[in-house]
Design a protein around this ligand. Structure first.
Ligand code: 0X9
Ligand code: ZN
Length: 426
């Protein structure tokens, strides 16, 4: 494996971008630099920047943070935009060993550490925590599934809630979020009355690492690879990886909210559900339809970074769309705003950030009418560590979402009651 340090300085980090030997390109990859693009005060402006092929890392009310080649940066400037380079503010992290998190990051879980901690949690709480898998990744890693309830052996038709994490490889803090949920709920059962009540009336599912191959690849050198996609080879074009959150089958590739270029970080794959990681997650969610009724009523897909609460649709800038009427949109907004009030994130419809098609949230709603939110965790900027905040923030930033998690669980019996709308399905 040949490694090319491109010297892309990203806030806290200098990033080393790896190339597999098989994929060694004739020309070195153009250097990427990080910028804050200012003055983007509407979704159309942000989507236009995203469609230049730059890597969108984060976004807010009137800006995006991107990585761009010099040519892309010149094009954006020529279009009248202001690009502020994001400065390097910290030295390169010190690696410990290939496949391990660097110094300062060891509170994060590798895949192996994740399975070990889940096993010990289920051994300590055998009635509350059951660990299984819903399939296998491209490279054969079991896709981990955790069930949490008052008695996990019984399927008793209570409202079910799903939390999924780390569809995107480098968003390691989301793995910690899912682990924190499992730990807090398991340990709180029988000791914390509110958690005990929730576990007695809900069945909770957690997928702590939806893209294990990508997450492991991201730390495979001992430094961070800034990897986002899965690790699925696309042999004919010598690229690797599908963006799982562009590979879902609702309005897949419809709307310039993803890329058909296998080299892109938002490559949507050759077909909907062409990634085994999305296909098997889909199959598992479909399997929760029992007696014609989808048991899962609410869902959070955790991402980082930007500190946002997002809801469907992502593929259209319209507030309504197929199967999503005005009343649904009001409910999404109301609960989204209440979730955001608990953690200080910014609430908005997903497409209002930028258009994205083929996302998990759009599919969950369109296919199953699951109230699906995307939470973009800490921080808000590359200058605070971007995808790689130090492990010292994990406890604070995962506990920051406790109230949001509990609120979603609380409303899971009837989310529309938040707007006094009827509960039943249309
Ligand atoms: O673009 C994405 O996939 C997510 N942001 S990230 O920076 N983590 O890549 C946001 C997707 C939100 N989509 C919907 N909720 N529809
Ligand atoms: Zn993400």
């Amino acid at each position: 494996m040949r490694r090319v340090a491109v010297g892309a300085v990203l806030g806290m980090l200098t990033v080393v971008i790896p190339f597999s030997a098989a994929a060694a390109p004739a020309d070195p990859a153009p250097p990427l630099a990080a910028y804050r693009v200012a003055g983007l005060d509407n979704s159309a402006a942000r989507t236009a920047v995203a469609n230049q092929g730059v890597e969108v890392l984060a976004g807010g009310r009137d800006y995006l943070e991107v990585r761009a080649t010099p040519a892309q940066a010149d094009r954006l400037r020529a279009g009248g935009l202001r690009l502020d380079p994001l400065p390097a503010t910290a030295p390169l992290p010190v690696p410990v060993a290939p496949g391990q998190f660097p110094i300062g990051y060891q509170g994060y879980h590798t895949y192996r550490q994740l399975t070990a901690e889940l096993d010990s949690l289920s051994a300590a709480h055998p009635n509350q925590v059951a660990v299984s898998s819903y399939g296998k990744s491209v490279q054969g890693r079991p896709l981990l599934l955790v069930k949490i309830s008052d008695d996990v052996r019984v399927d008793n038709h209570e409202p079910e809630v799903l939390f999924s994490c780390a569809q995107h490889a480098r968003e390691h803090i989301t793995v910690e979020m899912c682990m924190h949920i499992v730990r807090r709920l398991a340990q709180g059962y029988g000791t914390d009355p509110a958690i005990t009540r929730l576990l007695k009336s809900r069945e909770i599912w957690v997928m702590p690492m939806a893209n294990p191959d990508g997450a492991e690849y991201d730390i495979s050198t001992g430094l961070f690879a800034m990897w986002r996609k899965n690790r699925q080879p696309t042999p004919e074009n010598r690229e690797v990886g599908i963006d799982l959150n562009r590979n879902w089958g609702d309005e897949w590739g419809c709307c310039d909210g993803s890329s058909s270029n296998p080299a892109s970080d938002t490559y949507h794959g050759p077909a909907p559900f062409s990634a085994p990681e999305t296909a098997q997650l889909r199959d598992w969610v479909n399997s929760r339809v029992i007696g014609g009724v989808q048991q899962i009523t609410a869902h959070i897909d955790f991402h980082s970074f930007s500190e946002l609460v997002l809801w469907p649709y992502g593929f259209t800038s319209s507030d309504t769309g197929p199967g999503l009427n005005k009343s649904d949109a009001d409910t999404f907004r109301k609960l989204g705003e209440q979730l955001a009030a608990t953690n200080g994130y910014k609430p908005e419809q997903s497409s209002h950030l930028y258009i994205n098609d083929g996302s998990i949230g759009d599919w969950m709603w369109a296919q199953h009418h699951i109230w699906s939110y995307t939470l973009e965790m800490y921080p808000t900027s590359l200058t605070q560590g971007g995808f790689y905040p130090p492990a010292s923030v994990i406890d604070r930033e995962t506990a920051r979402n406790d109230a949001a998690v509990d609120l979603l669980l609380t409303y899971a019996d009837c989310v529309p009651r938040i707007t006094a709308a009827p509960c039943g399905r249309r």
